[in-house]
Design a protein around this ligand. Sequence first.
Ligand SMILES: NC(=O)C1=CN([C@@H]2O[C@H](COP(=O)(O)OP(=O)(O)OC[C@H]3O[C@@H](n4cnc5c(N)ncnc54)[C@H](OP(=O)(O)O)[C@@H]3O)[C@@H](O)[C@H]2O)[C@@H](O)CC1
Ligand SMILES: Nc1ncnc2c1ncn2[C@@H]1O[C@H](COP(=O)(O)OP(=O)(O)O)[C@@H](O)[C@H]1O
Ligand SMILES: [K+]
Length: 497
Amino acid sequence: MENLLNTEQMRAADAQTIDSAKISSLDLMEKAAGAFVSSFMSEFSEKYNSIAIYCGTGNNGGDGLSIARMLHDKGFQALDIKIVRFTEKSSADFIANLEALSSYKIPVREIRDAAELTEEPAVLLIDAMLGSGLNKPLSGKWEALVKKINFWNKKVIAVDMPTGFRAEGPLTADDCVVHAKLAITFQRPKINFLLPESAFFLGEHRVVDIGLDEAYIQSLDSPYKLIEKEDIACRLVKRDNFSHKGTYGHALMVAGSAETMGAALLSAEACLYSGAGLTTACIPEEGLTALNSRAPEIMALVRTGAQELDLNADKYTSLGIGPGLGTEANSLKLLTRIMRTYQKPMVLDADALTLIASNYELVQLIPEGSVLTPHMKEFDRLFGEHKSWWERLESGRDRAMTLGCTIVLKNRYTVIFLPDGTCLFNPTGSPAMATGGMGDVLTGIITSFIAQGYKPEDAAMLGVYLHGAIGQKTPDYVIPASDLLRKLPSTIAAYLT
Ligand SMILES: NC(=O)C1=CN([C@@H]2O[C@H](COP(=O)(O)OP(=O)(O)OC[C@H]3O[C@@H](n4cnc5c(N)ncnc54)[C@H](OP(=O)(O)O)[C@@H]3O)[C@@H](O)[C@H]2O)[C@@H](O)CC1
Ligand SMILES: Nc1ncnc2c1ncn2[C@@H]1O[C@H](COP(=O)(O)OP(=O)(O)O)[C@@H](O)[C@H]1O
Ligand SMILES: [K+]
């Protein structure tokens, strides 16, 4: 798992690397610029295109000057450097890189006021004005310049991060930030790159290794981590030669109503396709024919109307509840009864979460170790309105610790809050997954992994990562949830070491 750092920690890692690796800060800047250029060239190879490189006078600007030199050496001819000199202060490495540029025939122009700039003829703009040194919101000359650049609507590639972007803390659409298509960022993604509001300012980001001291980075205390492929491989367990269906548990999926049987089918099938030994779907009578014809492997526990369900809790090794369940009185009765009878960790999703939100006393009945899988709206229904995703990060951590549960807040980079306060970001996923039924499949996968004996936290991590890995692999425009779940067996096998 990769530690994600805040700005202060990143700067400490920078200093530690210079110290421990006996590398000068200027050489580290050279490495950073080299890593930027390699990544840049993998996408932008049209050397004839004009590129304007806007540099501040700090180290982000120093990177920009070094990048200009390197691009020139690689054959990019139409380069143009603008130095934004709104202050007389400049960093030592910026000055050194400016000197190194003196033998190059790249035009350099100093800008002392945004009003000096009328238009920008370059096709592409590299933003090396401000990076992690930002210490307050942009105002005055900076604000005027950023607004002008945004008005030009150029293709902007940011060095480390867009100028004005806050790497952590709440973001709002009103923040004055350069709008960039891509940020090529150093060593780790900024935490805010992983939150949806970053899309106001940034299309995508790419992380490049600049050789910072990894042992030091990993030793720092950070609640934020990024899940890696190895975390999945080392947690998945091979199926034993002499195993039988009893080895892999019995998952019960309580889901569906007459109009939303699809949710029950998808979540129950996901239990089956991710390896539960047995799967039972607790469904209304209206869904029986559909279940039997679509998934003959799955057993049914039929619930009829308001009739009380006879749930033999000991029979099951995991229970998921919520997809398509409905929020009417009968569903509330059923949920309450199940929460009173079943005391092992369960997976709570969709309508189960909405019911808990409007009958908050039920929160006390959530068994410790359970997994809650809300999307943003369900999260806010449960835990109150939040003004920003950063606030959701803080309250998700807090609630997971208080409830002793794992909370899976679904999004592009789904966040998994663990009961110990750790906050895991999932890297896999794709907008091809933005289609109904996708969350139902995730609930089934997590329920299935718990049935098989994985700890609920691991089940959540494995489920979220593998679910996203399938979505990410598709070259198609959209992946229907039924297609995704059929790819579960081969995907899980591919991750087993
Ligand atoms: N860490 C790493 O791994 C590595 C980092 N590297 C690079 O260094 C970059 C960080 O460089 P940096 O520290 O020099 O800061 P940078 O962003 O250039 O800005 C500095 C100037 O901005 C000013 N300023 C701030 N806010 C302002 C505001 N609102 N409005 C107006 N002014 C404002 C502030 O002035 P002050 O307020 O202090 O007077 C200061 O002078 C980092 O992003 C990466 O590109 C790589 O080279 C090597 C590895
Ligand atoms: N743009 C996206 N990128 C990555 N994953 C996505 C994206 N859109 C949706 N997903 C994933 O799809 C699932 C949607 O869940 P949910 O909103 O509960 O769907 P439903 O209620 O239709 O089943 C989540 O796991 C989410 O992470
Ligand atoms: K920048």
